[in-house]
Design a protein. Structure first.
Length: 141
C-alpha cells in the first residue's frame, strides 16, 4: 500500500499533471462562458434574423418527441468558438516561445557542438586537456 501511495505522490508531483489539471479547470470555465454567449446572444440573434422565437426554429416536433436542431447548432457554434480561441492562444504561445528563443541568442540546434576526442571520437568537456574515455592528450585548439 505504501508503494502505491509513493507512486501516486510521484505522479502528482510531476509538473505535467498539475498543468493539465489547471488547464481542464480553466477550460471548463471558459466553455461555460462560450455556452452562455451562444445561448444568450447568438441564438437569440439567429431567432430574430430567422423571424421567429427560438423554440419555433430550434426544433422539429414529431408526435411524442421534439428533435432539437437548435441545440445541435448551438453546440457546433460553441465548438467553433472554443476551437478558434484555443488555436489563437496556442499560436500566440508558440510565437512568444520563438521570440524568447531569439532573445536567448541561440536555440538548441544552433548551439556549438561539444568537442570530440580525435582518437576515440567521444565527446569531451570544453577545455579538457585529457580525454576521459581513452586517456589521450588533447591539443588546445
Amino acid at each position: 500500500m505504501k508503494a502505491l501511495l509513493n507512486e501516486f505522490k510521484e505522479f502528482i508531483n510531476r509538473g505535467n499533471v498539475i498543468d493539465m489539471a489547471v488547464g481542464v479547470i480553466i477550460g471548463g470555465a471558459f466553455t461555460a462562458i462560450v455556452t452562455s454567449l451562444t445561448d444568450n446572444i447568438i441564438n437569440p440573434l439567429i431567432s430574430v434574423i430567422a423571424g421567429g422565437s427560438a423554440t419555433e426554429i430550434s426544433g422539429l416536433v414529431v408526435p411524442g418527441t421534439n428533435i432539437d436542431f437548435g441545440a445541435l447548432i448551438g453546440a457546433c457554434i460553441n465548438f467553433l468558438i472554443v476551437a478558434a480561441i484555443v488555436f489563437a492562444i496556442v499560436k500566440a504561445f508558440n510565437k512568444a516561445q520563438e521570440i524568447g528563443d531569439k532573445l536567448a541568442g541561440t536555440t538548441a540546434e544552433e548551439a556549438a557542438p561539444a568537442p570530440v576526442c580525435p582518437y576515440c571520437l567521444e565527446e569531451v568537456h570544453e577545455g579538457a586537456t585529457k580525454c576521459c574515455h581513452c586517456g589521450s592528450e588533447l591539443s588546445k585548439e
